[in-house]
Write a protein that binds this ligand. Structure first.
Ligand SMILES: *Cc1c(COP(=O)(O)O)cnc(C)c1O
Length: 218
């Protein structure tokens, strides 16, 4: 199946980059996909999934988590502060920490819970007005706020390069920003560019359509 093909391509990209096997996690982005496709991937033994909406993720995965052991969910889409509590219950990682108001509310919620998901700060490397994320020039100050003032453990950075551009410079920039700030995790690479991202140090690739098929043609 497509999953096995993606795994083989990831392994080849890691080897080509001189990185150990298994050095990048595969997040299967199941948003909007029909349940039969998701079940096929579960049946193949995969357990790490990405969703971009809290409510849809909750509706889909609550029953599936009773059926299959070991499912882990990552939020890869925008997080509204009114969904924060549910997001913290459902997701082991949040890839979309993208603004100060969210960081403030997240810090309060994390303190109340006594546990924190793995956190990625989303960086708008292309400075696209319609896209979420902290601008590269504002990142150091945002990280200082999160890690200092708010005491939030930040694991790494995430980006979605502009659709029409060569993604390589964006991945390289994210890697530089992470290194400069002592961050080990890099969430980058999707169906069309995950091999490029792995060559640039991606630790988490987020792959949807190349695993499940086209989201529009169902
Ligand atoms: C949908 C989505 C993906 C997966 O996209 P594909 O091109 O289908 O692999 C990855 N990351 C984010 C943030 C997404 O919203």
């Amino acid at each position: 199946m497509a999953l096995a093909d993606i795994r083989a391509r990831m392994a080849a990209a890691l080897a080509a980059a001189g990185r150990p096997a298994g050095d990048a996690a595969l997040i299967a982005v199941s948003k909007v996909q029909p349940e039969a496709r998701v079940r096929a991937v579960l049946g193949a033994g995969h357990r790490l999934f990405g969703e971009n909406r809290v409510q849809e993720a909750e509706a889909r995965w609550t029953p599936l988590m009773e059926e299959y052991a070991g499912i882990r969910l990552h939020l890869v889409g925008p997080l509204q502060t009114n969904k924060l509590g549910r997001a913290l219950e459902l997701f082991e990682a949040i890839h979309s920490l993208d603004r100060e108001s969210l960081a403030n509310k997240l810090a309060a919620a994390v303190q109340a819970r006594g546990s924190c998901p793995m956190l990625f700060v989303q960086v708008n490397t292309g400075a696209e007005p319609q896209k979420a994320g902290v601008l590269p020039e504002a990142l150091d100050a945002f990280l200082a706020l999160c890690r200092g003032t708010l005491d939030l453990p930040i694991a790494g950075l995430m980006c979605i390069p502009p659709a029409e551009e060569d993604p390589a410079p964006h991945f390289a920039q994210l890697g530089d920003l992470a290194a400069r700030n002592g961050l080990a995790q890099l969430s980058m690479g999707m169906s069309g560019d995950f091999e490029v991202a792995i060559a640039r140090g991606a630790t988490h690739v987020r792959i949807g359509s190349a695993i499940f098929g086209d989201r529009t043609a169902t």
